[in-house]
Design a protein around this ligand. Structure first.
Ligand SMILES: NC(=O)c1ccc[n+]([C@@H]2O[C@H](COP(=O)([O-])OP(=O)(O)OC[C@H]3O[C@@H](n4cnc5c(N)ncnc54)[C@H](O)[C@@H]3O)[C@@H](O)[C@H]2O)c1
Length: 215
């Protein structure tokens, strides 16, 4: 018998990447899955592959999040695990930043090895638009808060549950430019919420993956 047999688990951003892998592992352990994603087609695809329910919703939209959790409550009557995973490393489609993070440190090392000075710079912060910054905060921070709040409306009366927030190693060690700006507060929120809901038997933890920039 799997360790999650009979447990209902919702994974946000579960249509790809780390979220889809978490969902797969949960399924192997027997969990019943709800796969959320901004992109409806991938949410339904992963849900169909693993056997679960797919729900499209933008975690940064509190109305959509509330509707999603109301649907979960009406369909399943309970929620045991929430994984707040939805997010991105850089603004969606920002291939330029990804390329720079891959290439600039190597160029800087070469410049130093050749006797310096460093003439190539990352400049992620100075070039980030208001829209990209606001969206990053909205998805990672607001999304984690909105989903946790709605999940607790189901978990609180159960007197049990588990919330897992996706941070990043950048949240503890610091990191490259603006990529550090959202995991750090997520770690703080995780610690505060864990203290708040421990009296109800609900656990709140964070994961801090090491950054792997897609090439
Ligand atoms: N990959 C890494 O190296 C790494 C390292 C540290 C932290 N993280 C964090 O882990 C999480 C997953 O990263 P990943 O590499 O698997 O990303 P990914 O891009 O492969 O997958 C993220 C999924 O989240 C979905 N998503 C994005 N915005 C959403 C929204 N507003 N509402 C609902 N779904 C949304 C996307 O559609 C996508 O399917 C992110 O929060 C990321 O910041 C990743």
């Amino acid at each position: 018998m799997g360790r999650l047999e009979g447990k209902i688990a919702l994974v946000t951003g579960g249509g790809a990447g780390i979220g889809a892998r978490i969902a797969r592992r949960f399924r192997e352990e027997g969990a019943d899955l709800i796969i959320n994603d901004l992109r409806e087609e991938v949410a339904h695809k992963v849900a169909a592959e693993l056997g679960g329910m797919g729900i499209a919703a933008d975690v940064a939209d509190s109305t959509a999040v509330r509707a999603m959790f109301e649907h979960v409550a009406s369909q399943f009557g309970r929620l045991d695990i929430l994984v707040n995973n939805a997010g991105f490393g850089f603004a969606p489609g920002d291939d330029k930043s990804v390329r720079r993070v891959n290439e600039v440190p190597l160029k800087q090392q070469a410049e130093l090895a050749a006797g310096g000075p460093i003439a190539t710079h990352l400049d992620l912060t100075v070039e980030m638009s208001d829209e990209d910054w606001t969206r990053m905060i909205a998805v990672h921070l607001n999304g984690t808060f909105f989903c946790s709040r709605e999940a607790l409306k189901i978990m609180n009366p159960q007197l049990c549950g588990c919330i897992i927030n996706m941070g990043s190693i950048m949240g503890t060690t610091g990191g490259i430019g603006v990529t550090t700006a959202q995991p750090r507060p997520i770690l703080g929120f995780t610690r505060s919420l864990a203290r708040e809901v421990v009296s109800r038997g609900i656990r709140v933890n964070a994961l801090a993956p090491v950054l792997s920039i897609p090439s």
